[in-house]
Design a protein around this ligand. Sequence first.
Ligand SMILES: [Ca+2]
Ligand SMILES: [Ca+2]
Length: 448
Amino acid sequence: MKTFYIIACLLILSLSQQVVYAQQLPIKEESAEGFVKLGMPLEEALIKTTFVVEWLSGEGSTEVVFQGENIIRTPDYIERRRPHPDYSTRGGFYRILTKYAVETHRYIFVPFDNNGGGSLTSRRLHVVDKKTLRTVVAAFLAERKGIWGLTVADSSTDTIALTYIIEEDWRGNLKDSIDKAITGHLRMIEGKLRDVAGPRSPIPSDMAFFRAGRFFRMGSDKWEKDAEPDEKPQHNVHLDGFYMDKYETTNAQYKEFIDANPQWQKNRIPKKYHDGDYLKHWNGNDYPPAKGNHPVVYVSWYAAMAYAEWRGKRLPTEAEWERAARGSWRTINADRANYGENVGDTTPVGTYPPGASGLYDMAGNVWEWCLDEYNPDFYAISPSHNPLAGGTMDNTLSDWRNVKTVRVLRGGSWVSNAKFVRVSDRTRFTPKITNKARGFRCVKPVTP
Ligand SMILES: [Ca+2]
Ligand SMILES: [Ca+2]
């Protein structure tokens, strides 16, 4: 008992000092504070948790009630826990298990079935140490193929994450060997996730935070109406954490940029960075009267890149853009977005209600430049982690002035038909092109 409290105190102490580190990673619906604010002492909570000891040899299992420190600690079993009725909400049970895993330097993993279905409480949660993890995953994988989720609780960095450890490609084949998947996963958890789980520093008020490890289906399904070939196959994507601007970049913001960087003013910008129409609607270095809060348009991809760099940000990858835009509406109409000439011009940013993630005008108003080269076949070959077409992130960010290949735009504009306002629609233009319906917004990685 004493040892337990000493460990707990040390944990709390180290948590309070690691200000630069991440807060506990919230799982799904859980708030960032959920873990540390678990009201009941762990000891007490665990006593109320039924768990099943399951031997890896396959010799069976025993159901027992957790009794404080009296855990059978042998290397050849795993614990499969079930929530006490008092903790039957998925969040409550998850928090208890996670806290337990952190304090015992162990991991939890959650095998998902092929459909990813079922509530978290109905899934089997296994508590294992790092060494056992490989054995356990291999054993389960032999049993049935599928997409395997892993929640890792890492006691050294006090982070947890729900991520996918082994993924299927669109044909149903596993993408990695077990060894490769586990190694890669642990490296990621131990490295990047500590900073991206849930930043302790406040989220900038004009940006929305997107947690790492979130999995989503990118692209369009076979049956999706209006989907074009370049939106297929639908595939799994896993992203590092990032912030995204809540609004499209405005004229007023863009003016600050050209005032501070005269080489990007209309009469100074080098020819290689635009098509002759750059800031066509501006009067010299002034945006049109009363349009300070409208999205800037007539900006090339180069101009967007330069602006983002100056702000200490960058353009979003297509995957980041789509992940941020997903989950808002199944249908679109004139009350929700500025598209299809229903207004006849850009509208001030934030005129329409925000989407599910708190972002405005992802659908319509102006098309938004993305970082990626446009490759219609990219989805068939795209890596599952942080996909980016046309080069590495480092190369693209350091060498963007020499980029010549076509770039992606997303989200449709005030001119576009509904078809182009769909979240998975992709379009493209050469990086020099500017026009009245194209602008951008920026993102910022959480890990420097
Ligand atoms: Ca937009
Ligand atoms: Ca398209």
